[in-house]
Design a protein around this ligand. Structure first.
Ligand code: HEM
Ligand code: HEM
Ligand code: SF4
Ligand code: SF4
Length: 383
């Protein structure tokens, strides 16, 4: 911290700077072969599912073995990953944005022992701790958000839903037999920490009831203007309430018919929970988003299943619906065609038929305001 008493000189802010804020320069951590060939790479190839080879101008090669991670990881798992990296990769390891872990080695002969070591590590029940895959025309790890483990707004669990879906689609992680890559994401509420709007398949936690108001607690902990200002539909207004014991407290009133169950108010005020634990919460499924420019413009996802109940621990309905979509896509799409491109080619009406999904009025986007015309509908540059 920048206290004068600790020797901080405001005239020379960078002198003897002591701070633990912010990451170190990433270049300190590059494996030697990456550092040496930085910015001078020729091409890469996927040798087999989960194994990549990058070739540098100098002739150097880097072999990468990609494994799925459990996403939210305990210290024990991270220690084990570091131990593997120490043993095979000179202490270097990297995490990818889709929650995979990549072990890199600088020659081909080091790949087989690394793979063997990774696949030999299993959970007590027999499943792989570090399954190899996640490359090319297959499924990569599902990214997810915090869920019941941590977040206050969650309408469903993150790790639980993803584990259940991932278990069902595991073979698509270790093979490359789909028409194109399949990016699957999950977010546990519509705040959408999970980037579900731009993934081939996304499932999103969804509340269906307005907040429950705890007037007594609200008066003690809520900064009412914050909660009022947090509501995007202006459903909240300040009010005074008489408690059963006769005390008068400052609280809020919610116009339920204006509420869109977004949970923004709960972020500001913990006395306004949305989760009722009585079937009000669940998930929706979206499909067709992508970031890539290949074949067609980047696309946003569309909602195709308007509600899936929360069924912990294994979410059978969610798993079944996702499987229906993946099976129909893998059967119907051309090579290289992403899920959204396939759906557009055959037509969305047909998409619902072949995926055996029900089309309901909830799926019709009738939201129209100036933003509809002014917001960019793709991530491409427009001039
Ligand atoms: C006592 C009076 C007021 C209080 C306590 C109050 C409080 C707040 C609070 C807490 C926020 C949220 C700030 C944040 O997101 O960090 C906010 C935002 C805002 N308030 Fe007020 N406000 C008051 C009066 C007003 C008035 C009189 C107007 C307009 C004439 C106004 C217009 C806005 C607008 C437009 C925003 C959104 C700003 C933004 O997100 O860029 N507020 N207010
Ligand atoms: C020529 C006049 C104006 C210009 C160029 C202008 C420009 C802007 C810009 C650049 C933003 C930020 C948008 C963003 O961050 O996405 C903004 C936000 C805003 N402006 Fe203006 N503005 C103008 C007039 C006004 C007037 C007259 C009002 C109100 C009477 C107003 C109210 C607001 C509010 C409330 C926001 C925050 C919206 C939000 O964050 O939700 N502006 N304005
Ligand atoms: S998506 Fe919503 S519930 Fe999930 S971590 Fe983000 S804010 Fe929390
Ligand atoms: S859940 Fe969202 S729309 Fe409903 S009252 Fe809270 S902030 Fe407003």
């Amino acid at each position: 911290m920048a206290f004068i008493s600790s020797g901080y000189d405001p005239k020379q802010p960078m002198k003897d700077r002591i701070t633990d804020i912010g990451p170190k320069d990433y270049k300190e951590f590059l494996p030697p072969v990456i550092k040496k060939n930085y910015g001078k790479w020729l091409y890469h190839e996927i040798l087999e599912p989960g194994v990549l080879m990058h070739k540098a101008e100098s002739g150097d090669e880097v072999y990468t073995v990609r494994v799925g991670s459990p996403r939210l990881m305990g210290v024990q798992t991270i220690r084990e990953i570091c131990e593997i990296a120490d043993k095979h990769c000179g202490g270097h390891v990297r995490w990818t944005t889709r929650n995979n872990v990549e072990f890199m080695v600088d020659s081909k002969d080091k790949v087989a022992p690394l793979k063997e070591d990774l696949l030999s590590r299993k959970h007590t029940a027999g499943s792989y701790k570090f399954p190899i895959g996640g490359t090319g025309a297959g499924m990569t790890n599902i990214i997810h958000t915090q869920g019941w483990v941590h977040c206050h707004t969650a309408a469903t669990d993150a790790s639980g839903t993803v584990k259940a879906v991932m278990d069902d689609l595991f073979d698509e992680f270790t093979h490359m037999r789909l028409p194109a890559q399949l990016r699957v994401s999950m977010a546990c509420c519509v705040n959408m920490c999970g980037a579900v709007h731009c993934s081939d398949i996304g499932f999103v936690g969804y509340h269906r009831k307005p907040p429950i108001i705890d007037h007594k607690i609200l008066d003690q902990i809520c900064e009412v203007p914050l909660a009022v200002a947090a509501c995007p539909t202006a459903a909240i207004r300040p009010t005074k309430v008489d408690l059963p014991d006769g005390t008068k407290v400052n609280s809020v009133a919610i116009k339920n018919e204006r509420c869109m169950f977004c949970g923004n108010c709960y972020t500001m005020c913990p006395a306004l929970p949305l989760s009722d634990g009585q079937g009000g919460d669940g998930l929706i499924i979206m499909v067709g988003g992508k970031v890539s420019n290949r074949i067609s413009n980047p696309k946003f996802s569309k909602v195709v299943v308007d509600f899936v109940p929360n069924e912990p621990p294994r979410w059978p309905t969610l798993v079944k619906k996702v499987r229906q979509i993946v099976d129909a896509y893998s059967k119907g799409a051309h090579k290289y065609e992403r899920l959204g491109e396939w759906a557009e080619r055959i037509g969305w009406e047909r998409f619902f038929e072949v995926c055996d999904l029900e089309f309901t009025w909830h799926l019709i986007d009738d939201f129209r305001d100036p933003a509809y015309e002014t917001w960019r509908q793709t991530t491409n540059f427009k001039f």
